[in-house]
Design a protein around this ligand. Structure first.
Ligand code: DHE
Length: 662
C-alpha cells in the first residue's frame, strides 16, 4: 500500500474565494492564511498575517471530500470504475500536482486560459461547480486518498440489440426529448456530439447515469425529474450507442398532401366579427397540451382554446396581425383567424418533421401574402401562401459550414421578416450562415448567405429593424448582420451561451440604444451598444454587464413604454431560482429586484400588453399559471390558473408581435 503524498493538510488562501493552495509537507504557507476547523469550516483567514494554520488529519478531510465528490463530481467521474464523461480520478494526485487540481476544479475555463496543461485537456465539458475553497481542498484530499484504488480496465458496457418496436419507441423519445439540442443525426449543437463513437466510450451504465442525473452544462436530469422512466432510460442509453436511423425526406408533393384548407378565403369574414380589441389578444402556448389559448388582454378573459397539435414552439403574427401562425415541434404550421367571433383554425400543413421557426411577409405591398417555415429536419425551408398555407416551394439548405467542413444536417433556426425589404432573414444553425430569402422573386430564392459563426440559434431585430442580431451558441457570441447591405458587421462575445429569444432594445442613459441578452451558462445580462448612428463609438461592443442571481436564463423582454427589462432563469439548477423573475431598471442602469413568481414550475418568458403597462409571465408546469404584473409598480395584478393552463410557455401579443416590439 502506498503512503498518501499529503500526510496532513492545511488550506491556505491569499483571499477567500481567490487562489487557494493545498499545503503538503513540501510546501510553505503564505503569510495570509485561512484557518479551517476539522469539519472544513473557515474560521479565520485572509488578512491574518502569520496566523497559524490548523492542520487537519487527511482522513477527515478526505471523508468530507468524498461526500462532495459524490454530490458534485460523480455524475461525470468515477473512482476506479473507469472513465465516464470525464476520466477515472482514482489517485489523481499521483499524476497532477494538488495545487494544479485546486485551480482546475475551481475554474477550469479561467485556468485553461493561463495553464498549458489545463488548456490541452479543456474542452468546455468540465465546468466550475462553484465549490467553496474548503470543499475543493476536501475533494483533492479525497482524490489523494484513492491512490490505491484499482482502476477498472474493463471496456465500457456496450449496447444490447433493440427489437424493431424498441428502436421505433427510442427514435420517438429521441425526437421529442433529445434532437433539439443534440441534432437529428446526433452531431450536436446546443448539446454535445453524441454519435456512437462518443457514446460507446461512455457505455450503457455511464449513459444511464447521465440520463438519470443530468449534467451541469444544461443536460436535463430526465430520470430525477420523473420525465423518463428507468426502463426508458435503459432503452435510450442503448439506442444512442447504435447508428441513428436515416430520417426521411419530405418533398413538395408530400407536403401538399398534408395541406388542409379548412376555411377557404371566400368563406372568411371581410371585417372583424368581434367587439373585442383583437389586436390586443395574447396567444399563449400550452406546450404539452398541443394547444394555443387566445386571451383578451383588456378583459383578461380566455377567448378560445385552439388544438394546434404536438408541442407548439412559437407563434408569430401575420403583418396585419389578423392571423396567428403557430409552428409545432412536429413541423405542423397552423393558421388561426382572429377576425371570427371566436378565433378558429383556417388552414394547416406540415412542411417539416421537426421545426422551430415560422414568419410571414411584412414588407409593404406583401402583407399577409406569404409564410415561411424553417425546418430542423429535413434541412430545408418551405414557403406557403399567406392566406391558405398552400405549399409553394421547398428549398434545401444543406451545405458545407463556414469553415468549409461537410455537414449532413443544417437546421433552420430563428427567422425574422424585414419591414424594409421583401426578405426573410434566417440563421442556419450548423453551417453558421445567416441567409436572406427574397420573396419578391419567383421561386423565393436564397439570395445571399453571410458567414457568421457556429451554432446560430435565436435572435431578433435591433431597434431600427435594419440589423439582425442572433446568438452563436458555441462561440458565446452575438452576431450582427446588416440586412440593408447584407453584410456581417460584428461578432461580440457576451458570455456563456447567450440566449436572447428575440432580445430587447432600449435607450441606455450613457450608451444610447442598446440590445440586451441574458445567458444559459451564466447569470448575466449583457448590453451591447446598438446605435451606430448616434453612438458609433459604442456600437456593437459590450457596454454593460449586470450580474444576475441564477444561470439558465432563456428570455428577456421590454417595451418602449416600460422603465424595466424583465428576465427569467427557468433552467437554473437551483430550484428557487427557476421560480424567479428579475427586473432591470433602464434608468438606474442596475438590477432592481428578483422575486419568486410561483412556488412551483419554471417561470419562463414575458410579454407586454399592447400599451406596455402590464407584463404576463408563464409558470411552466402541468399545473400552470399566468401571472400578470402591473409594469409601473411591479405589483401582481392577476394570477390565472385552471386545469386548461397546461404547461404555458411562450406568449405573444398580436400588436407587439406583428410590429416586432421588444
Ligand atoms: Fe425554443 C424560440 C429552438 C427549447 C420556448 N426556440 C426558439 C427559436 C429557436 C428555438 C430556433 C427561434 C425561433 C424564431 O424566432 O424564429 N428551443 C429551440 C431548441 O432547439 C431548443 C433548445 C430545444 C428543443 O428541442 O426545442 C429549444 N424553447 C425551448 C424550450 O425548452 C422552451 C422554453 C419550451 C418549449 O417549447 O420547448 C422554448 N423557444 C421558446 C419560445 C420561443 C423560442 C417561447 C420564442 C421566444 C420569442 O419571444 O420569440
Amino acid at each position: 500500500m502506498s503512503t498518501p503524498r499529503i500526510p496532513r493538510i492545511t488550506l491556505a488562501a491569499l483571499a477567500l474565494g481567490a487562489a487557494v493552495a493545498i499545503v503538503g509537507c513540501t510546501q510553505v504557507l503564505p503569510e495570509r492564511v485561512v484557518v479551517m476547523t476539522e469539519s472544513g469550516e473557515v474560521l479565520a483567514g485572509g488578512d491574518a498575517p502569520g496566523a497559524p494554520p490548523v492542520e487537519l488529519p487527511l482522513d477527515e478531510m478526505a471523508a468530507a471530500g468524498k461526500v462532495t465528490f459524490e454530490e458534485k463530481c460523480a455524475v461525470c467521474h468515477t473512482i476506479g470504475q473507469g472513465p465516464l464523461v470525464g476520466p477515472d480520478l482514482a489517485g489523481a494526485t499521483e499524476t497532477r500536482d494538488p495545487d494544479w487540481l485546486v485551480e482546475w476544479i475551481m475554474d477550469p475555463e479561467a485556468f485553461a486560459a493561463e495553464d498549458a496543461d489545463a488548456a490541452e485537456i479543456y474542452t468546455g465539458a468540465m465546468v466550475s461547480q462553484d465549490l467553496e475553497p474548503p470543499q475543493i481542498a476536501q475533494v483533492v484530499a479525497y482524490l489523494d486518498s484513492t491512490a490505491d484504488v484499482e482502476v477498472s480496465t474493463a471496456a465500457p458496457d456496450g449496447p444490447r440489440q433493440l427489437s424493431p418496436a424498441e428502436f421505433d419507441e427510442a427514435s420517438n423519445v429521441y425526437f421529442n426529448r433529445c434532437a433539439g439540442c443534440h441534432g437529428t443525426l446526433r452531431v450536436g449543437a446546443t448539446g454535445p456530439n453524441i454519435e456512437p463513437e462518443r457514446t460507446r466510450e461512455i457505455g450503457t451504465t455511464g449513459l444511464q447515469t447521465i440520463l438519470t442525473n443530468g449534467l451541469p452544462g444544461g443536460m436535463p436530469a430526465w430520470g430525477e425529474a420523473g420525465i423518463l422512466t428507468a426502463e426508458e432510460i435503459e432503452l435510450m442509453a442503448n439506442f444512442v450507442q447504435l447508428e441513428p436511423p436515416t430520417p426521411p425526406s419530405l418533398n413538395l408533393a408530400e407536403i401538399t398532401e398534408s395541406w388542409n384548407l379548412i376555411v377557404p378565403v371566400a368563406d372568411r369574414p371581410t371585417e372583424p366579427q368581434t367587439a373585442r380589441d383583437w389586436e390586443n389578444y395574447t396567444g399563449i402556448i400550452l406546450r404539452d397540451a398541443g394547444q394555443v389559448a387566445i386571451m383578451d388582454s383588456d378583459a383578461h378573459e380566455k377567448v378560445a382554446i385552439i388544438d394546434t397539435g404536438f408541442a407548439v414552439h412559437i407563434l408569430r403574427s401575420s403583418a396585419t396581425g389578423r392571423y396567428f401562425i403557430a409552428v409545432g415541434r412536429d413541423g405542423r404550421v397552423t393558421m388561426i383567424d382572429l377576425w371570427t367571433e371566436i378565433p378558429e383554425i383556417v388552414a394547416q400543413v406540415q412542411g417539416c418533421f421537426d421545426a422551430r421557426s415560422v414568419d410571414g411577409s411584412k414588407f409593404e405591398g406583401f402583407e399577409d401574402q406569404y409564410i415561411i417555415e424553417g425546418c430542423y429536419w429535413p434541412p430545408q425551408y418551405v414557403v406557403f401562401d399567406g392566406q391558405t398555407l398552400e405549399p409553394l416551394v421547398v428549398h434545401d439548405v444543406l451545405s458545407k459550414d463556414i469553415n468549409g467542413d461537410d455537414l449532413d444536417e443544417v437546421r433552420v433556426a430563428a427567422i425574422v421578416a424585414s419591414h424594409f425589404d421583401p426578405v426573410w432573414v434566417m440563421g442556419l444553425k450548423e453551417s453558421g450562415y445567416v441567409a436572406i430569402v427574397d420573396y419578391s422573386q419567383p421561386d423565393f430564392p436564397m439570395v445571399k448567405k453571410i458567414a457568421a459563426d457556429l451554432f446560430l440559434h435565436d435572435g431578433g431585430w435591433d431597434h431600427t429593424g435594419r440589423y439582425f442580431i442572433t446568438a452563436a451558441n458555441a462561440q458565446n457570441k452575438l452576431m450582427v448582420v446588416d440586412v440593408k447591405t447584407q453584410e456581417l458587421v460584428a461578432g461580440i462575445e457576451t458570455g456563456e451561451v447567450p440566449h436572447p429569444g428575440r432580445g430587447a432594445n432600449w435607450v441606455d442613459p450613457e450608451f444610447g440604444w442598446v440590445y440586451g441578452t441574458t445567458h444559459i451558462g451564466e447569470g448575466k445580462l449583457t448590453l451591447i451598444g446598438a446605435d451606430p448612428v448616434g453612438s458609433p463609438e459604442h456600437a456593437w461592443k459590450v457596454v454593460r454587464e449586470v450580474e444576475l442571481p441564477g444561470t439558465g436564463s432563456l428570455f428577456l423582454k421590454t417595451h418602449p413604454n416600460s422603465q424595466w427589462v424583465w428576465m427569467d432563469t427557468p433552467l437554473s439548477n437551483v430550484v428557487e431560482e427557476s421560480h424567479q423573475a428579475c427586473v432591470y431598471s433602464k434608468e438606474k442602469m442596475e438590477l432592481e429586484t428578483c422575486f419568486p413568481v410561483a412556488d412551483h414550475g419554471r417561470v419562463v418568458h414575458f410579454e407586454y400588453d399592447r400599451a406596455g403597462d402590464e407584463v404576463w409571465v408563464s409558470v411552466w408546469d402541468p399545473e400552470g399559471e399566468i401571472v400578470i404584473y402591473d409594469d409601473a409598480t411591479l405589483v401582481e395584478k392577476l394570477r390565472i390558473a385552471g386545469p386548461w393552463l397546461i404547461t404555458p410557455t411562450g406568449k405573444f401579443n398580436v400588436y407587439n408581435t406583428a410590429n416586432d416590439i421588444y
